[in-house]
Design a binder for this molecule. Structure first.
Ligand SMILES: C[S@@+](CC[C@H](N)C(=O)[O-])C[C@H]1O[C@@H](n2cnc3c(N)ncnc32)[C@H](O)[C@@H]1O
Length: 348
């Protein structure tokens, strides 16, 4: 594990590292509140669609709904207010398409739909890198904490040591990941361009990394992934799992820098960037919080790869590593970012 290599590498790939545009947000709820304010403002000022019949919203990567329901409520209430403020418009009917992979627990989502909701709900199961909805049928597209998941570990990185382990292969692996992320984002944007109406708005919340951070004093979600991989290597040293497998295990997600994301959005001829806010994620998680969060995200993947019997010990080691470093003791040292991007479907 060598965080400095990661951050150095990121700075080579990610721009100048200046963050004068970074807004502070003190906790996760702060981001959701900030995103809510941004979405409300953008609907009030930029949404040009006027429909008297129906208004369609889609959440790409809805999971079981906990975070999706408040987001859908925010969007629909803001659209309602916009219609109510116009003498020519009457409030449309709303429909929300909850989109996620076929393996998602849609039963839990549907059994916990808010009883006082003012929309019809539809489930759409499938990979959002492909076409899932009818052409020109979506007025507002939303996706939160989902687009960093890749369709696959990039072929060029298969069998190579992961970015976080350093070594000579690091740049090759980093580039392979970024290339896969670009291809996946391009597929996502291409499909949404077909499905969205002209003038439709898309709000994307995507975890992001700064171009540089000082691993002696700061950490990011990248540093945490780094420690998890280091825990896997320790497990291999103890003979609990295969060393070769642990060294070359690559996780199918990519956390981009804001500059990398901007470049991808700018390449799209179908969408214009209306707004891009870069916020400190500042989750204020303590060590136990980080362990719980990382275990929830990675447990199934690691159990599939290394066996369920390795999980408890791997996360015990992960916790010990976090506790051993003074950097993780203070949540204020977290430099992880979140990008809130508002894109508009161009007229063609
Ligand atoms: C971390 S959860 C985010 C849930 C929720 N949006 C939130 O903000 O808390 C990511 C979700 O994206 C879904 N997801 C990831 N890749 C996907 C894909 N290619 N197509 C559809 N859903 C996907 C996962 O199944 C998961 O439910």
């Amino acid at each position: 594990m060598d965080s400095s290599k990661v951050s150095k590498h990121l700075s080579m790939n990610g721009g100048d590292g200046s963050h004068s545009y970074v807004k502070n947000s003190s906790y996760q709820g702060g981001i959701l509140e900030a995103a809510k304010a941004i979405i409300e403002e953008e609907i009030a000022t930029k949404l040009e669609i006027s429909t008297n019949s129906f208004f369609s919203v889609a959440d790409f990567g809805c999971s079981t709904g906990n975070n999706s329901f408040p987001a859908m409520h925010t969007i629909i209430e803001a659209v309602k207010r916009k219609h109510e403020s116009s003498a020519d418009l009457k409030t449309p009917e709303f429909v929300v398409s909850f989109v996620d992979l076929v393996s998602n627990d849609f039963n839990t989502l549907f059994s916990s739909l808010p009883p006082d909701r003012s929309y019809k709900a539809a489930a759409v199961a499938g990979d959002f890198h492909g076409r899932l909805l009818l052409p020109s049928s979506v007025h507002f597209a939303y996706s939160s904490w989902s687009l960093h998941w890749l369709t696959e570990v990039p072929k060029a990185a298969e069998g190579l040591k992961s970015v976080w382990h350093g070594g000579e292969e690091i740049e090759e692996v980093y580039d392979a990941y970024l290339g896969q992320f670009e291809r996946d984002m391009e597929s996502f944007l291409k499909c949404r361009a077909v499905e969205m109406v002209e003038g439709g708005i898309m709000a994307l919340l995507i975890p992001s990394l700064p171009a540089y951070w000082d691993p002696q004093k700061e950490y990011t979600v990248g540093s945490l992934a780094d420690l998890l991989r280091s825990s896997l290597l320790d497990m291999a040293e103890k003979g609990k799992l295969s060393k070769a497998k642990a060294e070359t295990f690559n996780i199918p997600y990519n956390v981009p820098t804001p500059e990398e994301l901007r470049a991808i959005f700018q390449k799209s001829s179908s969408f214009s960037i209306e707004r891009m806010e870069i916020m400190k994620s500042g989750t204020l998680l303590n060590v136990d919080g980080h362990v719980a969060f990382f275990r929830a995200v990675h447990q199934n993947l690691l159990a599939y790869e290394f066996g369920a019997e390795t999980i408890d010990e791997t996360f015990d080691l992960f916790k010990k590593k976090l506790e051993a470093s003074p950097v993780f003791a203070d949540p204020c040292n977290d430099r992880s970012l979140v990008v809130v991007a508002i894109l508009k479907r161009n007229d063609v």
